[in-house]
Design a protein around this ligand. Structure first.
Ligand SMILES: Cc1cc2nc3c(=O)[nH]c(=O)nc-3n(C[C@H](O)[C@H](O)[C@H](O)COP(=O)(O)OP(=O)(O)OC[C@H]3O[C@@H](n4cnc5c(N)ncnc54)[C@H](O)[C@@H]3O)c2cc1C
Length: 648
């Protein structure tokens, strides 16, 4: 019989507070085949690991069970310890008596009984474990970054500056994301474009970055270290290398549609450059709005384009790339107008969202930095800012806090006062959330230096009345109803995941949280990783974030990607599914249920892609003939574990 060692961890009082660890150790020492059992206060500590290593050597143990916390936390720690002592690392198993026992029970007697059963169960399993070797695969040492906002740009630059090739895919005609639309940025009030454009230029000139704008990821396959990506390059109908930016085409284009960059505050032509500092600096022909295509009814732009840069016959292109790691930085969008009608949003031209107000404040904006009402171009003298428009409103809108609105609203009110010193800024708020370096001081400046009036309470109604926008609300601190005749209302609308994030998440097989943001693998310990190995998250795609946070996360994600790309080969756990071809009938039921797409049919039998397989066992549970099973979690092992857990 194999010689098993059992080590029961107290985890301070995390386990020992609810489980009688000494009793667990005593009971396990009576279990057949267990030749060594002991408890220790912190098994994961250095002395704790040494106890395990020494016992393996001295007692000539064949395998060990550590009764402790979740294998997610310390399976690798203890397997490494077993390896140091000369065992195959897969001769070590964890009995999770913390998350699955001590943390969820109060009654010590019952919790102890359960801990004994869980540990016995693990002993029964480890006894039949095969020695296994990790699966090794070569790494494609290039990365893909999806989204060219500040987060994607930062990740791409960090990767490229470390020497790795990067493909940066942006779906719009230019990189820059929302940051390039901003005027000045809190808390330092430095000009957003001044700090963003050098980075955009660096991206476009970097020899290691392949920039693909007006492009979208269409298909993805493969696994960590070896992804295959198909990217759709949409036709711009303009050859960037021929276009001289003379602008003659826009002068003759008869079309006027709302300009996305200025959020509809101005119009653009069907052929356009998104903004003067766009990267790449070239025109795009917006096919949806161009009357010149199919059949050619206009063609004026081609007539005036001397270098012949416009080509109505340009076709979409599919570009295939291979990469080892992926960073998703697809950012955010603001809450849709049609969902916030209670504030007159989308109904009254002088009710704006925060990004529209940024464009009014911006020196490169539609009013050259003058704060003017869109309706009549007059300077607004009373401006009401409404925070939490769509956020923290579980009944009607989003339950979550959009986190950055308190700060940018303080900035908006402050900048408005800098532009219109004799004007009055009111801010309706629920609470002020100004956690961040120098953030609280920034809000105080708005109040004390710029005379911004904060009103604690919610707005009940916004409506037009005799050329004014009436705002009804309540000041809960003064206990008074408030009525303001405003000239302009600015809504701090909720931040939402960018449009299409759900579709992309499905393609990449990464999870989303309940609000549709991309979900991190662990909220505390893996905030940069997605649940899919080799795919990382950066910026506001994961949750509402300001620029410093987006940049920090982007650099972190790049670091994580580099930790993969810097290796020649990657190692994957060998506890994967294996097929008994003699029993397999090729019914394909397991192929259908595999959540990792790791199974396929070949010549009437199922084949396992071992690198994609995560050893979840769904296939094994589905197979009617027990033809597929997971190594070291075979039906026989499961059966014995259940018997042990039931006390048999
Ligand atoms: C009104 C307002 C004012 C603000 N002011 C400040 C401030 O003063 N200071 C501050 O620190 N922060 C401020 N912010 C926050 C700031 O805008 C964000 O922190 C920052 O833009 C987040 O960057 P990002 O790259 O994560 O996302 P984004 O800027 O949203 O960029 C995402 C990019 O990904 C692209 N994309 C999306 N989906 C795809 C896809 N499927 N394929 C390819 N590309 C895709 C988008 O086109 C976009 O270019 C403000 C926000 C608002 C709304």
């Amino acid at each position: 019989m194999k010689r098993t060692g059992v080590f029961v961890c107290h985890c301070g009082i995390n386990i020992a507070g609810t489980v009688d660890v000494k009793k667990v150790s005593e009971e396990l020492s009576k279990h057949s085949g267990v030749v060594h059992a002991e408890d220790y206060i912190y098994a994961c500590s250095d002395p704790g690991q040494n106890i395990i290593i020494d016992a393996i050597k001295e007692k000539k143990l064949d395998n060990v069970v550590i009764a402790c916390c979740s294998p997610n936390l310390h399976e690798t720690t203890f397997r490494n310890a077993a390896k140091t002592a000369g065992l195959n690392e897969f001769q070590c198993e964890i009995a999770n008596i913390r998350e699955q026992c001590s943390w969820v029970h109060k009654d010590m007697e019952k919790a102890t009984d359960k801990a004994i059963k869980l540990t016995r169960s693990a002993v029964q399993r480890v006894r039949r474990n095969e020695p296994l070797e990790p699966i090794s695969v070569p790494v494609t040492r290039r990365a893909l970054v999806i989204g060219g906002g500040i987060a994607g740009i930062q990740s791409a630059l960090d990767l490229a500056n470390t020497g790795f090739e990067v493909i940066l895919v942006e779906r719009e005609p230019s990189i820059g994301g929302h940051m390039i639309q901003l005027s000045e940025t809190f808390p330092t009030l430095d000009c957003s474009q001044c700090i963003m454009t050098p980075k955009m230029v660096e991206v476009s000139k970097h020899p290691k970055i392949k920039l693909m704008t007006y492009s979208e990821v269409q298909e993805i396959s493969g696994y960590v270290g070896n992804f295959k990506v198909k990217i759709l390059k949409k036709p711009t109908y303009v050859y960037a290398d021929k276009c001289t930016l003379c602008d003659e085409c826009t002068k003759v284009c008869p079309v006027a549609v709302p300009d996305e960059f200025n959020l509809g505050l101005t119009a653009r032509r069907a052929i356009y450059i998104p903004f003067p500092q766009a990267i790449p600096a070239t025109f795009t022909l917006d096919i949806k709005n161009c009357p010149g295509l199919l059949p050619i009814a206009c063609g004026k732009c081609t007539d005036v384009c001397e270098p012949g840069a416009i080509d109505y016959d340009m076709k979409p292109e599919i570009v295939e790339e291979e990469v080892g790691a992926i960073i998703v930085a697809t950012g955010y969008d603001l809450y849709e107008k049609e969902l916030l009608t209670e504030y007159g949003y989308g109904k009254y031209p002088d009710v704006l969202d925060g990004l529209q107000f940024e464009r009014l404040l911006s020196a490169s904006g539609p009013t050259m930095g003058k704060v003017l009402r869109p309706s009549d171009h007059k300077e607004p003298k009373e401006v009401v800012f409404i925070q939490c428009a769509g956020s923290r409103d579980p009944e009607l809108h989003c339950a979550y806090c959009s986190k950055i609105c308190c700060m940018y609203t303080a900035k908006h009110a402050m900048l408005y006062k800098h532009h219109v010193p004799d004007g009055q800024a009111y801010i309706f708020y629920i609470d002020i959330r100004s956690g961040g370096k120098d953030y609280e001081e920034f809000v105080q400046r708005a109040v004390e230096d710029d005379g911004v009036l904060y009103l604690r309470g919610k707005v009940s109604k916004v409506f037009e009345d005799k050329g004014k926008i009436k705002v009804w609300g309540v000041d809960t601190l003064a206990g008074k109803d408030i009525e303001i005749d405003a000239d302009m209302v600015v809504l701090a609308t909720a931040m939402r995941p960018s449009k299409g994030a759900d579709e992309l998440a499905r393609k990449l097989k990464i999870a989303m949280d309940k609000d549709g943001f991309l979900a991190e693998a662990h909220p505390k310990l893996k905030p940069l990783e997605s649940v899919t190995s080799g795919m990382f998250l950066a910026g506001a795609a994961q949750a509402p974030k300001d620029i410093p946070e987006a940049v920090a996360q982007a650099s972190g994600a790049a670091g994580k990607a580099i930790s993969i790309l810097s290796q020649e080969r990657l190692y994957h756990a060998p506890t994967v599914a294996e097929v008994n071809v003699n029993l397999c009938t090729g019914c394909g039921m397991c192929v259908q249920v595999c959540p990792y797409d790791s199974l396929s049919l070949k010549d009437g039998k199922v084949e396992v892609n071992e690198v994609l397989c995560e050893g979840c066992g769904t296939c094994s549970a589905t197979c009617l003939r027990a033809a597929i099973q997971v190594k070291n979690m075979t039906p026989l092992q499961v059966n014995e574990m259940i018997k042990a857990a039931l006390g048999g």
